[in-house]
Ligand binder design. Sequence first.
Ligand code: IVH
Length: 677
Amino acid sequence: MSQNDVAARAVELRRLLNEHNYRYHVLTAPVITDAEYDALYHELKAIEAENPDLITPDSPTQRVGSDLQSDLPKVRHVAPVLSLGNAFSADDIRAWRDRIGRLLPDDVTLDFVVEPKFDGLTVVLTYVDGMLSLAATRGDGEVGDDVTPNARTVRTIPLRIPASPDGPSAPSRLVVRGEVLFLKRDFERLNEQMREEGLSLYVNARNTASGALKQKDARITARRPLTMYCYAVMEADGDVPATQWDTLGYLRSLGFLTADEVIRHFDDLESVIEYIQMFETRRHDLPYEIDGLVIKVNDLGTTANLGVVGKDPRGAIAYKFPAEEATTKLLDVAANVGRTGVLTPTAVLEPVFVSGVTVRQASLHNYDLIEQRDIRVGDTVVVKRSGEVIPYVVGPMAGARTGDERPITPPTACPVCGSPVQRDEGEVAYYCANPACPERVARNVEYFVSRSSMDIDGLGERGVRLLLTNGLIEDEADLFTLNGEDLLELEGFAEKKVQNLLASIQAAKDRPLQRLIGALGIRGVGNTIAGVLVEHYHSLDELAAATVEELQSIEGLGPHTAGAIVEWFANERNRKLIEKFRAAGVRLEAQPTETETASNHLEGLTFVLTGTLPNLKRDEAAALIEQHGGKVTGSVSKKTSFIVAGTDAGSKLTKAQDLGIPILGEDDLLSMVDGRS
Ligand code: IVH
């Protein structure tokens, strides 16, 4: 390339990067993948490194990344919150080792620590005299957002260190760095809840974690089950370990969460590389998302001597896994009918190879998202597949449009039964409102027999469809009157299998009422809401007689769900279903234990209540704790697990603080009761 071409390419790259930055951060509708953005960014960085005169102040490489939120208080960090350089191959890692080797005396031998590169957001925690006194986001690296009240709701952040009396005593001041994220199962559960409530699903765990931590109202953060992993000491008054390996052990002994399932120590770089390559196939087995691994020089003195380039310390490097995204053409959009009738748009794609498999179909989440992201049939779209997760369409590459693309509109009739499609005001989902829709019935029966519902063993999707197409059942209640002779006629149903199935069906007649209600396929009512309903209604008949007003007054139940419940019981087909259950001897009343103990979420925990809580009276809070398996005592001792404090809390609170007992607010208690912590 001539010098002119290089200069022109730099201009072009700057324009592209600035545009994609804007699309990503302002419009939140990127049109290229992160990997493609990284490639452009690195190309520009390389040109600028060779030709420093081409650097302009508006170059995206000169931007110090900032995620500051305007309405939170600001705090200045004790030291710059640094970032990491990237490596994409084994050779990049070797080149990094050679680069730092040249800066070190010849006789230095290096050993390394490998850690996960968490896909979360950096948080810096300050402890003064062992008490959490400040939590701040990275912000622009110099100044961050003060998120202390929010951080206090994150259970893996110790409010006091050492968290256990066996831990080392904490220095008078300790600043710790780590990453806040959603564990995969917590994120899935959150979305399950959103789905039950008919709300928009969260797409990106990292962005959701960031949004949750930067809430102005900490009560909202408390309802989001965040987790924090720690990996560095940024500042300390007093002695702290001299190596990264010992730092991780030290943090662990103080009560911080460390990623022990990944962290390893190696004496040579080739073993590091071997580990990293092995890890690529294991990355999805972890309980959290990682986008790579971080390799750190173990000796922290050496790391300090190596210094930084830009905002990247030389003593560590991030190895990024290959992208799990690819681009392909969106050929069509099909609507899948779910058990509650909700229509889920599914992308029909030109086959594309993504992280090891050929993808032909992908989820489009919901029609609102299609509209928000302006996805059209004929678009070139980004498809992401990570691990076992169903591949999904991230968004269109609007730049690749030819003008022939067609907007996608939600269907007006159910693609299976032709009934008109409905949508409740304020809800995201479009749904087929015909409970007899053959696809809905099939899905409902599949759900009804599944392990988390009535747990009827020996009937999978294929078996259910076989029963339906052969006319042996018309709905889930018919399962309870199946006979062996009919079943033996079916393909693949041998004597033993039939016996087991019939025994399992017999056993399912006595499942707790909560399971039955959760299995019915009422929109918005999964297992959690079913549990809440059983606390108020002790039989299916009592629930069937409930009014919308009554249901709406129950904590946790919105108007849509209340309406859906009443509508479900008013439906002729569903009434018949209940009568068939009754005739077949299915339990329609709560078991006595169901109403006594609502859950065992607080089992083994002892609580002390003090002060005035915002909503609950003292005896209500105590009853709640006991219903969920916890114990309430009057005085604070070492055996107290938590103290629940309201306003005007007195000496009990002080004593709890002295003993390092975690202090909860009413909201914290409620989220523990819900099993969200
Ligand atoms: S160390 C001087 N370790 O990745 C310390 N960072 O792409 C530099 N990150 O801004 C950071 N996991 O937010 C470090 N085990 C880990 C990490 C990690 C994730 C994040 C961190 C950093 C970003 C750089």
